[in-house]
Structures are given as structure tokens and as C-alpha cells.
Design a protein around this ligand. Structure first.
Ligand SMILES: [Zn+2]
Length: 273
């Protein structure tokens, strides 16, 4: 009797478990389809207002959605330099002035963000923003000398692979950590404020926690990237990476033909490591 009842009980538990697994399976499959399918793309566009779409189109044509990362297809040539660089107003004075510029719009939006943070009693400054190809070469080589190439490449980019060369990225810090470039920035009052509010100024936290396999970098709470208002809001709301956003919206990497790294650039940069 006992074993028979136990058997029935086990059978019902199994049926319930199978049902749960089936439903869970369906759910994840649907989620996957809604991310990857053509219809999802148009649903995404339906949700986006006409003015937001117009702003996104403009941002794409202004080059603010440029994708630069470790993928060879997304590397910049040694000679690429944005034409509208200007100094940001709020910087860590002990760093090289060679890194205090951003593209005009990004600089303007950073200044505004830093001023709004100051109203809350927080200081948010740039340590380095724009880095030329040569600047990046020196920086990467110094990291390699300190910790070896593999370690260096987890948080630092090889020349041509760094979006600092686009003039749209900035490393931030604050007085609370003595203006260090450190993951501790994420735990400071200023760092938390930036994580919560930077999208309102068109910025994203470019390398979020746990996304290394997509972005190629460990969590960098200090590194922000200008992408414009529409993309920043949508990336913030959905919690995806820039790589995924660009793929879902079929935007391509937006690297101008004359700014693409050639195969010989790649050899030079490999040789330089
Ligand atoms: Zn950075």
C-alpha cells in the first residue's frame, strides 16, 4: 500500500515537473524569438515614437553609434581622428591634457551631466576621454609591461580596438577615491549617481557586469560612452549591451570606409604589443 501510494505521488510530481519544464521551455523560446526575429524588430520600432526614431537616425548619421571593439571588423585605422574634438570642462588635473577631449556633442553632454551631479554635491570628472592611436599604443604597452598581455587586454584595448579613439568614450572618477581609475568608482556616491542617471545625457555604462563574453571586457563602472538620447534610453531600459543593440537594430558598425583598419594596420598593432 505504502509503496503504491508513494509511486502515485512520485508520478504526479513527475507530471507537474514535466509540465513546468515544458512551459519554461516555451517561455524561453518565445523570449529568444522576440529578441531575434524580424517581427520583433518592427515591434521595437512600433514602440519607438517618431521623434525618437528621427533622433536615432540622426545620431547614426552623426556617427554616435559607431562600434569599436576587439572584433577585427570593428577596428579603427591609425590615422582616424574625429574632426570635432573639444576639451571637456571637468577633469582630473593630474592626468594628461592629451586625454581631456571629446567630440563636441559628447563634451557638451558630459559638462551638463557633471554640472547636474555637482548640484547634488557630487564631483564627476574625466580622467581620460579621447585617446589618439599613439596614446593608446603607449598606454597598452605600459599595461603589458606591468601585468602581461593577457591581463592587460581584459581592461585595456590594443591600439585601433579602443573606442576612446572615437572621442565618444570617457573614463570617470571622483574625489571619494582620489581620482583613481578603479572599479571602486561603482561603489562611490558619484559612481552610483552616474550609473543611474547617465542615460539622461545620452551615455551608457559601456561594459556592464557579467557581459564580458559579449563586450570583451570585464565590468568597468568608470567607462561611459556617448550614444545619443534614443539609444541611451533604450539600452538603459532593456539592460542590453551596445553590441546587442546595434545587432538588433541592424545598424552596422558605422565606421567610415577611410577609418577602417586595414590588414596591415592589424599586423602593425599586433607587432607593437
Ligand atoms: Zn575607458
Amino acid at each position: 500500500m505504502k509503496s503504491k501510494r508513494f509511486g502515485r505521488f512520485t508520478a504526479s510530481v513527475l507530471i507537474v515537473m514535466i509540465a513546468i519544464l515544458l512551459f519554461a521551455g516555451c517561455g524561453s523560446e518565445n523570449r529568444y524569438e522576440s529578441v531575434g526575429s524580424q517581427q520583433a524588430g518592427s515591434a521595437e520600432n512600433d514602440r519607438r515614437s517618431e521623434s525618437a526614431q528621427k533622433a536615432l537616425d540622426q545620431d547614426v548619421s552623426d556617427g554616435y553609434l559607431i562600434l569599436v571593439n576587439k572584433d577585427q571588423a570593428n577596428h579603427l585605422s591609425a590615422s582616424y581622428e574625429p574632426s570635432d574634438l573639444e576639451r571637456v570642462k571637468y577633469v582630473a588635473e593630474d592626468r594628461s591634457p592629451a586625454g581631456w577631449s571629446m567630440r563636441h556633442k559628447a563634451a557638451e553632454q558630459f559638462n551638463l551631466m557633471s554640472e547636474d551631479a555637482a548640484k547634488e554635491g557630487l564631483d564627476v570628472v574625466v580622467t581620460t576621454a579621447y585617446r589618439s592611436y599613439d596614446f593608446q599604443t603607449q598606454l597598452f604597452n605600459s599595461y603589458v609591461a606591468q601585468k602581461g598581455e593577457e591581463e592587460a587586454n581584459k581592461t585595456s584595448a590594443r591600439p585601433g580596438e579602443s573606442e576612446h579613439q572615437t572621442g565618444l568614450a570617457a573614463d570617470l572618477s571622483t574625489s571619494e577615491i582620489n581620482y583613481a581609475n578603479s572599479s571602486a568608482f561603482g561603489d562611490t556616491k558619484a559612481g552610483k549617481w552616474v550609473a543611474e542617471n547617465c542615460w539622461k545625457y545620452g551615455f551608457i555604462i559601456r561594459f556592464p557586469e557579467g557581459m564580458d563574453s559579449i563586450t570583451g571586457y570585464s565590468y568597468e563602472p568608470w567607462h561611459i560612452r556617448y550614444v545619443g538620447d534614443t539609444a541611451a534610453k533604450e539600452i538603459h531600459d532593456s539592460g542590453i549591451t551596445l553590441e546587442e543593440y546595434i545587432k538588433e537594430n541592424k545598424l552596422g558598425n558605422s565606421i567610415p570606409a577611410d577609418a577602417r583598419a586595414s590588414a596591415s594596420d592589424a599586423e602593425v598593432s599586433e607587432g607593437g604589443n
